[in-house]
Structure formats: structure tokens, C-alpha cells
Design a protein around this ligand. Sequence first.
Ligand code: FAD
Length: 437
Amino acid sequence: MRVKVIGAGLAGSEAALQLAKNGIYVDLYEMRPKKQTPAHKTGYFAEFVCSNSLGSYDVTNASGLLKHEMEILNSELLPVVFDCQVPAGGALAIDRELFCKNVTNKILNNPFINVINEEVEEIDPSTPSIIASGPLTSDILAQNIKDFIGEDYLYFFDAIAPIVEKDSVNFDKAFYLNRYNKGSADYINCPMNKEEYLNFYNILINSPKIELKTFEKNAKFFESCLPIEVIASRGEDTLRFGPLKPIGLVDERTGTENYAVVQLRQDNKAAELYNIVGFQTNLKWGSQKELIHSIPGLENANIVRYGVMHRNTFINSPKALLPTLQSRKNPNIFFAGQITGTEGYSESIASGLLAGINISRYVQNKPLFELPQETMLGALTHYITFPQNTSFQPINSNWGILSPLNADRKILKNKKLKNELLGKRAIETLKSYLNTI
Ligand SMILES: Cc1cc2nc3c(=O)[nH]c(=O)nc-3n(C[C@H](O)[C@H](O)[C@H](O)COP(=O)(O)OP(=O)(O)OC[C@H]3O[C@@H](n4cnc5c(N)ncnc54)[C@H](O)[C@@H]3O)c2cc1C
């Protein structure tokens, strides 16, 4: 039995090495360097396209917990990360060139992996395969994936809105209410008076934006989904007649209609994460932080995802995939990496790890892993494959997606303690899950 892996990026490299470890022969397809993506620079596998940091390794940090779980699941790339580590404070950062060279050598020297340097154009439904072609999947394959999954392929140049943790919202200022008091009070509203709005507006129009790559400069936006800085550039009041309109949002505590209101919409089932409505942006992250913290009620908001803009190809995973990362349509086909909507380097490696383990088990007729939602990787894969998720957007590891902790209010209010307990529970749950399966 041979398995095909399409794309030798972070997810595909990890997946191929997992298969090889299980004694399964792999045909690993990579189109670079013959055909480059607009962001990759080398012909090496597992290239880091932008920053060289994988975030925290601290188990009380959501991204750190993910790495600890990856270690328990015997990730093949994580030891290479540690070998190539460079000092970076609390972050796990690497010498990117050394890292991708080492991964490339590890793959080329593996007798179970046959590397084929060509662009894959079609999915072969009869061969067990992992599609790990990333957010910059070549156009022809992207079209064929779209045909294969039969769902809208979420493929665009996007600017996405930041997400904050509800626990960090200041409810002395913010209040729950739906516009015109319709239905239950689902939205969190952050009211602004004229002075606060003008302060916010000035920060916004004077903030630096992230420099676009050449390939992104022709980015097309939907007029209904413009970045806030683009709307603001059209005039001082445009936001107040757009995403920040105050009409129908009277704060019952004061009885006043405000000058502008920023709304937050629930983003996950556990109601711990809220996205800022209509707030898609391409501002630099430091400026985003300053801007968000200038909003009354969000002075200390913990931002779990910043707004970003780049070409982002990802499938409608809630419709297309099972929590095993297997296609709902054809059990031979698995997906892994950023194309599934798990955002970030660590997350891409982690999903390649899970897909690699599961396809190995699939071809060996063993039950597949469906990781518990108490674990970060289990929660991530559940989040991206939850069928009722109708406004799906890529996400990275964060505490809000884990199933809630059963503890008293005092503990839950102590964020540090709560995260420690969540991390401990995740590790214990993962270990006992692996002992039972
Ligand atoms: C511009 C940009 C910047 C990013 N910056 C960061 C960052 O700073 N930090 C962070 O955590 N995340 C970042 N990400 C998100 C994400 O973590 C990375 O994109 C990550 O590399 C995704 O891993 P992957 O394995 O899914 O895809 P990739 O690492 O992109 O691997 C996919 C591979 O598939 C190959 N391929 C594509 N199509 C075909 C085909 N038809 N046939 C054969 N091979 C094919 C590609 O050449 C590539 O090698 C960024 C993404 C982009 C697009």
C-alpha cells in the first residue's frame, strides 16, 4: 500500500514522516522549486514563509499546550525545531534555513518516502491521500479540490477581523443588546461618545498598514467586507453609518443612544470568544492593539486573533471534513494544514501530525483518532469540522475553543490558574485517550 501526500510544507512533511514511521510507503509530491508559490523563497521542504517563530512553548499558553500535545503524539518535526532553536525570549523561534534544510534531509534520507518534484493537478480518489497544499495551493489543484468537495471553496484575498476573549471585556462600559432589542441579547456593545470616537478615528487613519506583497497588491475586496481603514479613508463619519452605527443600541443603564458603537459577536459555542463585527483590517498588529484598546470596554481586551490580510485558500471544513481530518465524501482523502482552516505554523504541523497518524491507521484498518475536545488539537479539529459552523474562518489555538472547565467561579476568574488547570487536564486527557484507543 502506498499513500500520496500532496505538498511538502509544514503539514505535508510531518504527515509523510508519520507515515514512514509506521512503515508505510509514501509518494510525497512537491511542486517547488520548479513552480514557486508567491510567498515561498526556496526549494526546501517545510519552509517558514514569514516569521521564524512558532509562538510559546509554555504549557500555560494555548499555543504552548499544543506543542506539548504534539510531543506526546510523537511529532517528527518538533525535535527538528528544538535542534534549530534560536534565543527569542519566551517564544520558540528557529533558524529557518537550518530548519527547512534539516527537514528536507530527513525526508530525502527516509527509505519509505519517494519525493516527486511536480505539481499535482488532480485528486486521485482511489489512492489514500493527504492534501496538504497550503494556503497558496496552485490554481489548478485548487479548482479540482473545489470540484471534489462540491462546496464553496473559501478562496479569497481577505482581511479578517480580530477576535477577543469575553473574559477580558470591561462590562462596566460594555453591555449586551441586540439592535432594536430584537431577540435575546447576543451582542456585546462598546459605546463611544463623540470624543472617544474621534480619538479612535484618528488612531485608525494614522496607523501604519502591513506592506502588501506584490501578488497581494491587486487584492479584490467585496464592497460589503471592506477593511475598516478603507471605510475610514472615505470620511470621518463613514464608520458611524457602517459597522459602528449606533442606531437601535440604546444603553438601558443611561437611556442614551451613543455616537458610535462597536459590536462584538459570539465566535464559538462556549461563548468565550467574540469577533469584532465589521472590523476586518490590515493594520500592523501593534496598531491594532492600540486601536482596540482605545475602544471603551476593550481597554484590556485579550486579542486572540489579530486582523490580517493575505490570500488565503481554505476549504469549508465544517461541511467537507470529519474530526479525523478525513473527507466526508471519500474516506480515502484526508486534508491537513492551513488549507483546513487551522491557522499558524504550529497548527499546520499539528494537523499534519494528526492526518499522518490517521491515514496510517486507516490503511492499517485501525480505528482513527478523534481527539477529545479537552485537548488543544482535539478542540481545534472539532472547531474546524463542526458542521453547524456556518461562518467559518481560520483559527489558531486558543483557550476559548476547549470544552469548559468544571470548576468554581473563583478559580474560573483567576485566568492564570484556569489556564494551568486547562493545560493539565488536556495533557492528562490526551494520555489516557492514547492508553484506551
Ligand atoms: C503570506 C503568508 C504568511 C504567513 N505568515 C505566517 C506567520 O508568520 N506565522 C504563522 O504562524 N503562520 C503564517 N502563515 C500561515 C501558515 O502557518 C503557513 O502558511 C504555513 O506554512 C502553512 O502550512 P501548510 O503545510 O498548510 O502549507 P505550506 O507550508 O504552504 O505547504 C504547502 C506546500 O504545498 C506545495 N504545493 C502547493 N500546491 C501544490 C501542487 N498543486 N502540487 C504540489 N505541491 C503543491 C507548496 O509549494 C508548499 O510547499 C502565513 C501564510 C501566508 C500565506
